[in-house]
Design a protein around this ligand. Structure first.
Ligand SMILES: [Zn+2]
Length: 54
């Protein structure tokens, strides 16, 4: 199961994707996850499930 990161958490440096629209968010260490700038969703994952066709 994919771990979901929520708005307000500090998951650390990395690239995250909105679970609703797939918007990419890049965070640095210590940065707090913002709401999605595109759809204001509050859930993110480390992998883009919208482009999962390799
Ligand atoms: Zn979104």
């Amino acid at each position: 199961m994919e771990n979901v990161i929520k708005t307000g958490e500090t998951p650390g440096k990395g690239t995250y994707y909105c679970t609703n629209c797939g918007q990419k968010i890049e965070l640095e260490d210590g940065q707090t996850m913002p709401p999605c700038p595109k759809c204001t969703n509050n859930g993110f994952t480390r992998t883009d499930q919208h482009e999962n066709r390799f």
